[in-house]
Design a protein around this ligand. Structure first.
Ligand SMILES: Cc1cc2nc3c(=O)[nH]c(=O)nc-3n(C[C@H](O)[C@H](O)[C@H](O)COP(=O)(O)OP(=O)(O)OC[C@H]3O[C@@H](n4cnc5c(N)ncnc54)[C@H](O)[C@@H]3O)c2cc1C
Length: 244
Protein backbone atom coordinates (compact mmCIF):
# COMPACT_ATOMS: atom_id res chain seq x y z
CA UNK A 1 0.00 0.00 0.00
CA UNK A 2 1.20 3.58 -0.65
CA UNK A 3 2.73 5.10 2.45
CA UNK A 4 0.97 7.81 4.46
CA UNK A 5 1.14 11.47 3.42
CA UNK A 6 3.43 13.75 5.35
CA UNK A 7 4.58 17.37 5.05
CA UNK A 8 8.23 18.01 5.75
CA UNK A 9 11.04 20.44 4.98
CA UNK A 10 13.69 19.06 2.60
CA UNK A 11 17.05 20.48 1.46
CA UNK A 12 18.49 20.83 -2.05
CA UNK A 13 21.89 19.11 -2.33
CA UNK A 14 22.67 19.60 -6.02
CA UNK A 15 21.36 20.13 -9.53
CA UNK A 16 22.55 19.64 -13.09
CA UNK A 17 21.34 19.78 -16.66
CA UNK A 18 20.48 16.27 -17.88
CA UNK A 19 19.19 17.10 -21.39
CA UNK A 20 18.56 20.28 -23.35
CA UNK A 21 16.40 22.55 -21.17
CA UNK A 22 15.95 19.79 -18.59
CA UNK A 23 17.36 19.75 -15.08
CA UNK A 24 17.68 17.20 -12.30
CA UNK A 25 17.41 18.40 -8.69
CA UNK A 26 18.91 16.30 -5.90
CA UNK A 27 17.29 16.51 -2.49
CA UNK A 28 18.46 15.09 0.84
CA UNK A 29 16.29 12.16 1.88
CA UNK A 30 15.29 12.11 5.56
CA UNK A 31 15.87 8.73 7.18
CA UNK A 32 12.14 8.21 7.74
CA UNK A 33 11.03 9.08 4.20
CA UNK A 34 9.72 6.04 2.35
CA UNK A 35 8.01 5.73 -1.01
CA UNK A 36 7.19 3.20 -3.69
CA UNK A 37 8.82 3.52 -7.11
CA UNK A 38 6.44 5.48 -9.35
CA UNK A 39 4.97 7.71 -6.64
CA UNK A 40 5.07 11.51 -6.68
CA UNK A 41 5.43 14.44 -4.28
CA UNK A 42 4.12 18.01 -4.12
CA UNK A 43 7.03 20.44 -3.89
CA UNK A 44 6.35 23.93 -2.53
CA UNK A 45 8.78 26.85 -2.71
CA UNK A 46 9.12 28.66 0.63
CA UNK A 47 8.83 32.48 0.33
CA UNK A 48 9.97 32.60 -3.33
CA UNK A 49 11.16 35.95 -4.68
CA UNK A 50 8.50 35.78 -7.41
CA UNK A 51 5.28 33.87 -7.97
CA UNK A 52 2.45 33.68 -10.51
CA UNK A 53 -1.14 32.55 -10.90
CA UNK A 54 -0.09 28.87 -10.82
CA UNK A 55 1.22 29.32 -7.28
CA UNK A 56 4.29 27.94 -5.50
CA UNK A 57 3.56 24.21 -5.64
CA UNK A 58 4.08 21.64 -8.42
CA UNK A 59 3.72 17.85 -8.45
CA UNK A 60 6.79 15.82 -9.42
CA UNK A 61 7.28 12.11 -9.78
CA UNK A 62 10.28 10.87 -7.85
CA UNK A 63 12.81 9.90 -10.53
CA UNK A 64 15.15 8.40 -7.94
CA UNK A 65 14.57 4.83 -6.82
CA UNK A 66 13.59 3.90 -3.25
CA UNK A 67 16.99 2.21 -2.75
CA UNK A 68 18.85 5.46 -3.56
CA UNK A 69 20.27 7.48 -0.67
CA UNK A 70 18.82 10.72 -2.02
CA UNK A 71 15.68 11.96 -3.77
CA UNK A 72 15.76 13.31 -7.32
CA UNK A 73 13.20 15.14 -9.43
CA UNK A 74 13.69 16.00 -13.11
CA UNK A 75 11.87 18.76 -14.95
CA UNK A 76 11.70 20.77 -18.16
CA UNK A 77 12.89 24.31 -17.33
CA UNK A 78 10.16 26.45 -18.84
CA UNK A 79 9.89 30.20 -18.28
CA UNK A 80 7.44 30.24 -15.36
CA UNK A 81 8.00 31.97 -12.01
CA UNK A 82 8.22 28.58 -10.25
CA UNK A 83 10.86 27.25 -12.65
CA UNK A 84 12.86 30.51 -12.63
CA UNK A 85 13.14 30.26 -8.84
CA UNK A 86 13.98 26.54 -9.03
CA UNK A 87 16.60 27.06 -11.75
CA UNK A 88 18.60 29.45 -9.56
CA UNK A 89 17.97 27.60 -6.28
CA UNK A 90 21.24 27.45 -4.31
CA UNK A 91 22.44 24.25 -2.70
CA UNK A 92 21.03 24.28 0.83
CA UNK A 93 17.73 25.84 -0.22
CA UNK A 94 14.77 24.40 1.64
CA UNK A 95 11.45 23.23 0.18
CA UNK A 96 8.21 21.94 1.63
CA UNK A 97 7.49 18.48 0.34
CA UNK A 98 4.17 16.74 0.75
CA UNK A 99 3.87 13.07 0.03
CA UNK A 100 4.60 10.57 -1.28
CA UNK A 101 1.30 10.00 -3.04
CA UNK A 102 -0.20 8.11 -5.94
CA UNK A 103 -0.72 4.51 -6.96
CA UNK A 104 1.23 4.59 -10.26
CA UNK A 105 3.31 1.64 -9.08
CA UNK A 106 4.16 -1.73 -10.59
CA UNK A 107 1.38 -4.34 -10.33
CA UNK A 108 2.13 -7.28 -8.08
CA UNK A 109 1.48 -10.25 -10.40
CA UNK A 110 4.82 -10.81 -12.12
CA UNK A 111 3.35 -13.19 -14.72
CA UNK A 112 1.74 -10.17 -16.42
CA UNK A 113 4.27 -8.08 -18.37
CA UNK A 114 4.43 -4.31 -17.75
CA UNK A 115 4.44 -2.05 -20.80
CA UNK A 116 5.48 1.55 -20.11
CA UNK A 117 4.66 4.27 -22.66
CA UNK A 118 6.61 7.43 -21.78
CA UNK A 119 6.33 10.78 -23.51
CA UNK A 120 9.37 13.00 -22.88
CA UNK A 121 9.63 14.01 -19.23
CA UNK A 122 6.98 11.34 -18.50
CA UNK A 123 9.99 9.03 -18.12
CA UNK A 124 10.49 10.05 -14.46
CA UNK A 125 8.25 7.49 -12.67
CA UNK A 126 9.49 4.74 -15.00
CA UNK A 127 13.14 5.52 -14.31
CA UNK A 128 12.44 4.91 -10.63
CA UNK A 129 10.45 1.72 -11.24
CA UNK A 130 13.00 0.25 -13.70
CA UNK A 131 16.02 0.98 -11.51
CA UNK A 132 14.26 -0.44 -8.43
CA UNK A 133 13.16 -3.56 -10.35
CA UNK A 134 16.73 -4.06 -11.58
CA UNK A 135 18.11 -3.59 -8.07
CA UNK A 136 15.69 -6.17 -6.66
CA UNK A 137 16.06 -8.71 -9.52
CA UNK A 138 12.32 -8.34 -9.99
CA UNK A 139 10.88 -11.03 -12.29
CA UNK A 140 8.41 -8.77 -14.21
CA UNK A 141 9.00 -8.51 -17.95
CA UNK A 142 9.18 -4.74 -18.52
CA UNK A 143 8.93 -3.09 -21.94
CA UNK A 144 9.62 0.66 -22.06
CA UNK A 145 8.54 2.57 -25.18
CA UNK A 146 10.21 5.96 -24.71
CA UNK A 147 9.21 8.72 -27.11
CA UNK A 148 11.09 12.00 -27.50
CA UNK A 149 11.44 14.65 -30.18
CA UNK A 150 15.24 14.24 -30.50
CA UNK A 151 18.11 12.50 -28.69
CA UNK A 152 19.09 15.98 -27.40
CA UNK A 153 15.80 16.12 -25.42
CA UNK A 154 15.96 12.57 -24.10
CA UNK A 155 16.67 12.17 -20.41
CA UNK A 156 18.64 9.22 -19.01
CA UNK A 157 18.91 7.18 -22.22
CA UNK A 158 22.38 6.12 -21.05
CA UNK A 159 21.05 4.93 -17.66
CA UNK A 160 18.22 3.06 -19.36
CA UNK A 161 20.58 1.44 -21.87
CA UNK A 162 22.76 0.32 -18.98
CA UNK A 163 19.70 -1.18 -17.25
CA UNK A 164 19.11 -3.39 -20.31
CA UNK A 165 22.54 -4.95 -19.79
CA UNK A 166 21.96 -5.47 -16.05
CA UNK A 167 18.35 -6.69 -16.27
CA UNK A 168 17.49 -9.23 -18.97
CA UNK A 169 13.77 -8.74 -18.16
CA UNK A 170 13.93 -5.08 -19.21
CA UNK A 171 13.44 -4.13 -22.86
CA UNK A 172 14.01 -0.57 -24.09
CA UNK A 173 12.43 0.74 -27.29
CA UNK A 174 13.33 4.42 -27.71
CA UNK A 175 11.84 6.44 -30.56
CA UNK A 176 12.52 9.94 -31.90
CA UNK A 177 9.73 11.93 -33.55
CA UNK A 178 11.73 14.85 -34.98
CA UNK A 179 15.11 13.56 -36.15
CA UNK A 180 15.11 16.20 -38.92
CA UNK A 181 15.72 18.76 -36.14
CA UNK A 182 18.55 16.78 -34.50
CA UNK A 183 22.32 17.03 -34.91
CA UNK A 184 22.94 13.59 -33.44
CA UNK A 185 23.09 10.15 -34.99
CA UNK A 186 20.16 7.82 -34.20
CA UNK A 187 19.83 4.13 -35.05
CA UNK A 188 16.62 3.35 -33.09
CA UNK A 189 12.94 3.71 -33.93
CA UNK A 190 11.54 6.96 -35.32
CA UNK A 191 8.05 8.50 -35.23
CA UNK A 192 5.36 8.35 -32.56
CA UNK A 193 4.58 5.20 -30.60
CA UNK A 194 1.83 3.41 -32.51
CA UNK A 195 0.15 0.02 -32.72
CA UNK A 196 2.62 -1.27 -35.34
CA UNK A 197 5.58 -0.36 -33.12
CA UNK A 198 3.98 -2.16 -30.16
CA UNK A 199 3.23 -5.26 -32.25
CA UNK A 200 6.82 -5.36 -33.53
CA UNK A 201 8.32 -5.49 -30.02
CA UNK A 202 5.67 -7.15 -27.79
CA UNK A 203 4.89 -10.87 -27.76
CA UNK A 204 1.17 -9.91 -27.61
CA UNK A 205 -0.86 -6.68 -27.25
CA UNK A 206 -3.32 -8.43 -24.92
CA UNK A 207 -2.07 -9.56 -21.52
CA UNK A 208 0.28 -6.81 -20.31
CA UNK A 209 -0.62 -4.00 -17.92
CA UNK A 210 0.02 -0.70 -19.71
CA UNK A 211 1.32 2.38 -17.89
CA UNK A 212 1.13 5.76 -19.66
CA UNK A 213 2.92 8.90 -18.43
CA UNK A 214 3.54 12.29 -19.97
CA UNK A 215 1.74 15.43 -21.13
CA UNK A 216 -2.07 14.99 -21.03
CA UNK A 217 -2.41 15.12 -24.85
CA UNK A 218 0.14 12.33 -25.26
CA UNK A 219 -1.50 10.19 -22.57
CA UNK A 220 -4.93 10.67 -24.22
CA UNK A 221 -3.54 9.73 -27.66
CA UNK A 222 -1.85 6.59 -26.27
CA UNK A 223 -4.99 5.53 -24.41
CA UNK A 224 -7.05 5.92 -27.61
CA UNK A 225 -4.49 3.93 -29.59
CA UNK A 226 -4.53 1.09 -27.03
CA UNK A 227 -8.32 0.85 -26.74
CA UNK A 228 -8.67 0.92 -30.53
CA UNK A 229 -6.15 -1.96 -30.62
CA UNK A 230 -8.46 -3.93 -28.33
CA UNK A 231 -6.61 -3.48 -25.02
CA UNK A 232 -8.97 -3.70 -22.03
CA UNK A 233 -9.46 -0.34 -20.21
CA UNK A 234 -8.80 -2.18 -16.92
CA UNK A 235 -5.26 -2.94 -18.12
CA UNK A 236 -4.37 0.74 -18.69
CA UNK A 237 -2.99 2.98 -15.92
CA UNK A 238 -2.13 6.63 -16.46
CA UNK A 239 -0.18 9.50 -14.90
CA UNK A 240 -0.95 12.83 -16.56
CA UNK A 241 1.68 15.54 -16.13
CA UNK A 242 -0.86 18.36 -16.03
CA UNK A 243 0.85 21.70 -16.77
CA UNK A 244 2.43 20.51 -20.05
C1 LIG B 1 1.42 13.27 -10.65
C2 LIG B 1 2.24 14.28 -11.42
C3 LIG B 1 3.59 14.04 -11.62
C4 LIG B 1 4.36 14.98 -12.32
N1 LIG B 1 5.70 14.72 -12.50
C5 LIG B 1 6.46 15.62 -13.18
C6 LIG B 1 7.85 15.37 -13.39
O1 LIG B 1 8.41 14.36 -12.96
N2 LIG B 1 8.55 16.30 -14.07
C7 LIG B 1 7.96 17.44 -14.56
O2 LIG B 1 8.65 18.26 -15.18
N3 LIG B 1 6.67 17.70 -14.38
C8 LIG B 1 5.89 16.81 -13.71
N4 LIG B 1 4.56 17.07 -13.53
C9 LIG B 1 4.02 18.35 -14.03
C10 LIG B 1 4.41 19.48 -13.06
O3 LIG B 1 3.61 19.40 -11.89
C11 LIG B 1 4.23 20.87 -13.68
O4 LIG B 1 2.88 21.06 -14.01
C12 LIG B 1 5.05 21.04 -14.93
O5 LIG B 1 6.42 20.83 -14.63
C13 LIG B 1 4.86 22.44 -15.53
O6 LIG B 1 5.20 23.39 -14.61
P1 LIG B 1 5.60 24.86 -15.11
O7 LIG B 1 5.92 25.67 -13.91
O8 LIG B 1 6.65 24.71 -16.17
O9 LIG B 1 4.30 25.38 -15.83
P2 LIG B 1 2.95 25.89 -15.16
O10 LIG B 1 3.14 27.23 -14.52
O11 LIG B 1 2.39 24.81 -14.33
O12 LIG B 1 2.14 26.05 -16.51
C14 LIG B 1 0.79 26.23 -16.47
C15 LIG B 1 0.33 26.43 -17.88
O13 LIG B 1 1.07 27.48 -18.50
C16 LIG B 1 1.33 27.22 -19.86
N5 LIG B 1 2.78 27.35 -20.14
C17 LIG B 1 3.69 27.83 -19.26
N6 LIG B 1 4.90 27.86 -19.83
C18 LIG B 1 4.79 27.42 -21.08
C19 LIG B 1 5.70 27.23 -22.15
N7 LIG B 1 7.01 27.56 -22.05
N8 LIG B 1 5.23 26.72 -23.31
C20 LIG B 1 3.92 26.41 -23.43
N9 LIG B 1 3.02 26.58 -22.45
C21 LIG B 1 3.44 27.08 -21.30
C22 LIG B 1 0.80 25.84 -20.12
O14 LIG B 1 -0.43 25.98 -20.80
C23 LIG B 1 0.54 25.22 -18.78
O15 LIG B 1 -0.58 24.39 -18.79
C24 LIG B 1 3.77 16.17 -12.83
C25 LIG B 1 2.40 16.40 -12.62
C26 LIG B 1 1.64 15.47 -11.94
C27 LIG B 1 0.18 15.76 -11.71
Amino acid sequence: MPTALSLQIFTLTGREEVAEGTMAFHIAKPADFQFRAGQSIDLTLIDPRETDAEGNTRAFSLASAPFDDELMIVTRMRDTAFKRVLRSAPVGMRFKIEGPSGSFVLHRKADKPAVFLAGGIGITPFLSIIRQATHENDPHQIYLFYSNRRPEDSVFLDVLNEATTENSNFHLIATMAEMDKSHREWKGETGFINKEMLMKHLPSLQGPIYYLAGPPAMVAAMRRMLTEAGVDEDDIRTEEFSGY
